[in-house]
Design a binder for this molecule. Structure first.
Ligand code: KIV
Ligand code: ZN
Length: 576
């Protein structure tokens, strides 16, 4: 369809849609890889995880964490189960140095946890990093220098050999300082930073040089971290690069291939997942994807993705509310309400058809608790991540009868029968439409009472006595129930006595006769609310008048017969 404007002369002119400047950009090169393997593989186990919350995550915060906040964050990461934690860039900041010392001197690092420190490949920074980790039982020294074509040209103005030399020199120094320290617990990681902007063969060449400089062996492996420092391509191309790298690297058994994806294209999790298929052993990332620009790869999402495939993620996210709370407090960052698994709204359904399906799925689930998780619209059991079912269904003007009924049953034990659900949903929808906001379970409950239970106009039941002719428990005699009632209808008060085969029947007969309003009961349901001796009974009713009007009512009383009579009065009061 064209866009048309009217010119001064009243003639139609076509408005040209503004085009974005796609010619400014070019396609990322694909990898010449024959017979790629990764698309046919599956992830079958958790990778080695490394949290970079305290370094990459922290470095991207408008207000970086204080030492105390870092300690809280570290303890959180330990409690989640991270065994490798990058704790900072201690040579770059006094706070980070102090924090690393605090961890070591304070004995805060569990024996099975290895801290990792980042350093540029510069002598004084490497030396300072070793000072920071002195006394740590286990540590990884993570050395990096940018190898990308662009940075070589415009930032460092160095050629390939010169950039490679920086990596080699840095590695040799780390090796020497490790040997001098006599510590058996120091390992080495090297990142060709901006790997995604680096020619693949050159990245491999630099990594080979680093492996040689380190003297990597199967017993003393080098971690080669191949970062998607800036996410520049589709995840499948990154996976191709990882597969190519894994199949071309010398002494594959002497290296651990690590990936570290940023989220510039919004696909960091997919990038890391495909990289695992392509042969990566280790994944670096941050909670809720915190990190430079669009963030680091989100470890919560990737780990819970594994869980939902039946794979133990070896990280414990069973208490997401607590993790969210510590994360927010320490980082002062928000978590998007629609963040996968963790957002405040992800276990909530507003739409009627979703609510209905969830509510049915939950009911089916109650019967088959040990079976595989299968509830429509919920890829994970909210309880597995510490979220409660109550939050699942929330009511606004988009909600349907199933959701409204679910909320009342879940929170108040009121099981509105199916044939009455549309009637109440209409009342809820009218209020939600008018207010334009979400209704709480409490408001819905209150509305149910106002709409049905508390109705006192035009009919008021002033007195009601029920008796039976005999003590025959079978009530085998027809018309054995006698009711005497006093009723007010608008300004008129009348009393009647009537017989029926039950209280409801007797009341209807008496009322119809005395009031002149002819109606019959079309549907009826009842149940107890609560289980104690003091439980209440609730009755639901649908009546149809002789002139074709239909109305629904509900009554609550400790006596079930009275509850049903109150339900009739309620329906009479709602007759249109
Ligand atoms: O994104 C990146 O490349 C980094 C490196 C320092 C590993 O954070
Ligand atoms: Zn990074």
């Amino acid at each position: 369809m064209g866009w048309w404007l009217l010119s001064f002369k009243g003639q139609k002119e076509k408005k040209v849609m503004k085009r974005m400047k796609s010619q400014k950009y070019t396609q990322y090169p694909s990898v010449a890889i024959i017979n790629r393997q990764w698309p046919d593989r599956s992830i079958t186990k958790a990778p080695i995880w490394c949290s970079v919350d305290l370094r990459d995550g922290n470095q991207a915060l408008p207000v970086p964490m204080s030492v105390e906040e870092k300690v809280s964050m570290f303890q959180l990461l330990v409690s989640i189960g991270f065994k490798e934690i990058e704790v900072g860039f201690p040579s770059a900041s006094a706070t980070e140095f102090a924090f690393v010392r605090r961890l070591i001197e304070g004995g805060l690092i569990p024996d099975d946890v290895t801290i990792q420190v980042l350093t540029q490949a510069r002598e004084h920074l490497i030396r300072r990093s070793f000072e920071a980790i002195a006394g740590a039982k286990q540590a990884i020294v993570h050395l990096y220098n940018s190898t990308s074509t662009l940075q070589r040209d415009v930032v460092f103005r160095k050629n390939r050999e010169e950039i490679k030399a920086i990596a080699i020199e840095g590695t040799r120094l780390v090796r020497r300082l490790r040997d001098e320290s006599g510590s058996k617990g120091i390992r080495f990681e090297y990142s060709p930073e901006s790997f995604t902007g680096t020619e693949l063969d050159y990245a491999l060449e630099v990594c080979h040089a680093v492996m040689d400089a380190w003297g990597a062996t199967a017993e003393d492996k080098v971690i080669l971290n191949l970062p998607s420092t800036v996410e520049m391509s589709q995840p499948n191309i990154y996976a191709d690069r990882i597969e190519w790298f894994c199949s071309h690297v010398n002494h594959r058994d002497a290296v651990l291939i690590s990936v570290h994806a940023h989220n510039d294209r919004g696909t960091a999790v997919a990038t890391a997942e495909l990289a695992l298929l392509a042969g990566a052993d280790r994944v670096e990332g941050a909670l809720f994807g915190n990190g430079e620009r669009c963030g680091n790869m989100d470890v919560v999402t990737i780990a819970l993705n594994l869980l939902t495939q039946g794979i133990d993620p070896e990280l414990d996210f069973s208490d997401l509310p607590r993790i969210r709370e510590v994360y927010r407090r320490c980082t002062r960052m928000d978590i998007h309400p629609r963040h996968p698994y963790a957002g405040e709204l992800v276990y909530t359904a507003f739409s009627g058809s979703h609510q209905d399906a969830i509510s049915k799925g939950m009911k089916a689930r109650a019967i088959d608790k040990d079976g595989l998780w299968a509830v429509p619209y919920l890829p994970i059991d909210p309880e597995d991540v510490g979220c409660s079912y109550e939050a699942i269904v929330r009511i606004n003007s988009q909600s349907g009868k199933g959701g409204v009924a679910y909320v009342l049953e879940k929170d108040y034990g009121i099981q509105i029968p199916k044939w009455m659900q549309p009637d109440f949903a209409e009342a809820v929808q009218a209020v939600a439409d008018m207010s334009g906001v979400e209704l709480s379970a409490e408001q819905i409950h209150e509305l149910f009472y106002t709409e049905y239970v508390k109705r006192q106009e035009p009919v008021v039941l002033k007195k009601c006595h029920i008796s039976w002719d005999d003590e025959d428990l079978d009530r085998s005699e027809a018309e054995s129930t006698l009711i005497s009632a006093i009723v007010q209808l608008k300004e008129r008060e009348f009393s009647f006595e009537a017989r029926g085969n039950g209280p409801l029947d007797a009341f209807v007969k008496g009322f119809v006769k005395e009031s002149g309003l002819d109606f019959s009961v079309d549907e009826y349901a009842e149940h107890a609310i609560g289980r104690s001796a003091g439980a209440q009974a609730i009755a639901y009713i649908r009546i149809g008048s002789a002139d074709g009007r239909v109305s629904f009512g509900a009554g609550i009383d400790s006596n079930i017969s009275l509850a049903s009579i109150k339900a009739i009065v309620s329906a009479l009061n709602r007759l249109p």
